[in-house]
Design a protein around this ligand. Structure first.
Ligand code: SF4
Ligand code: SF4
Length: 279
């Protein structure tokens, strides 16, 4: 959804001149949309994987790949859905296990050793799953309570905040995941050449150099997380502005901004603890 690309069609053309709807259904030779999207009915990137099948299938040239202001859809989305905010908040929770996965193994082993009567007989995977779903549950409860508090403070419809506010967290969550993958990429990309050598039968390579230094990588990671944070602040500002229907919203932003700020500090702390961010 925060992509700078979007696949959209000319609705007028689709509604008035199309008879086959090949973008969606495909035909005997070509498959239709793998995500079951009908391009003329969508206003968001929620399910689109930009495979471009609809562009190729449409013989009326109605579908286009557009460049747009990246996160606009986060606050402009016409039909916000509760499952989306559920997924976004869950992704925020999962990040901590993702960032700390090595430490998590040790943590579970320690738990089993310190509580042998209670946890010693439980399978390792079951304890891991309980922590995984438990963390998601805690985050969902936290989000739900925040939404309720925000609704009572601002007198905005609670169900609307519940559906819409989560979209504002997408940039910061995307930012921290990108920061993690960036470090993995710059430190491990030598394996591409090693694997290629192995495929063509050359001698194995046991190690390789980083693409950039740890300091440079850390700086880029900080910019990525900071970019996500500020984009989230802006998206949240636009969401609250939309929910309030204009006017002064400074006080209405205090709670969601505090939550975002707390999240970002937590993300950075965990990334530092797990040595994903190297400063
Ligand atoms: S995108 Fe093309 S194939 Fe799909 S409904 Fe519109 S005109 Fe028809
Ligand atoms: S680009 Fe692919 S996923 Fe997106 S609407 Fe077109 S066919 Fe569907």
């Amino acid at each position: 959804m925060p992509s700078i690309l979007e696949v959209r069609s000319n609705r007028h053309l689709c509604l008035n001149r199309c008879e086959d709807h090949a973008c969606y259904t495909g035909d005997l030779d070509k498959a239709g949309c793998p995500m079951f999207r009908h391009p003329f009915m969508v206003d968001n990137n929620r399910d689109c994987i930009v495979c471009s099948r609809c562009i190729k299938n449409c013989n009326k040239h109605s579908v286009h790949l557009n460049v747009r202001m990246a996160p606009q859809e986060l606050w402009d989305i016409e039909a916000p859905r509760r499952p989306d905010s559920f997924l976004i908040v869950s992704l925020g929770a999962i990040f901590f296990l993702f960032a700390l996965h090595t430490e998590l193994f040790e943590f579970i082993h320690q738990l089993q050793q310190t509580h042998p009567a209670m946890l010693g007989r439980l399978p390792f995977a079951l304890i891991g799953s309980m922590i995984f779903f438990g963390l998601i549950f805690i985050f969902q409860i936290g989000y739900y309570l925040t939404v309720n508090l925000q609704a009572s403070l601002t007198r905005i419809d609670r169900s609307l905040i519940l559906r819409l506010l989560g979209y504002g967290f997408i940039p910061i969550i995307l930012g921290v995941y990108l920061a993690v993958y960036f470090e993995i990429f710059v430190s491990q990309s030598w394996r591409l050449i090693a694997n290629f050598r192995e495929i063509i039968g050359l001698a194995e390579v046991q190690g390789g150099a980083r693409l950039i230094s740890p300091d440079a990588s850390a700086l880029i990671q900080v910019f990525t997380v900071a970019g996500g944070f500020f984009a989230s602040l802006y998206a949240t500002h636009r969401i609250i502005d939309r929910l309030k229907g204009g006017g002064v919203i400074t006080r209405d932003l205090v709670l969601p901004y505090s939550l975002l700020f707390g999240f970002t500090i937590l993300f950075i702390f965990f990334m530092k603890t797990s040595r994903i961010i190297l400063f």
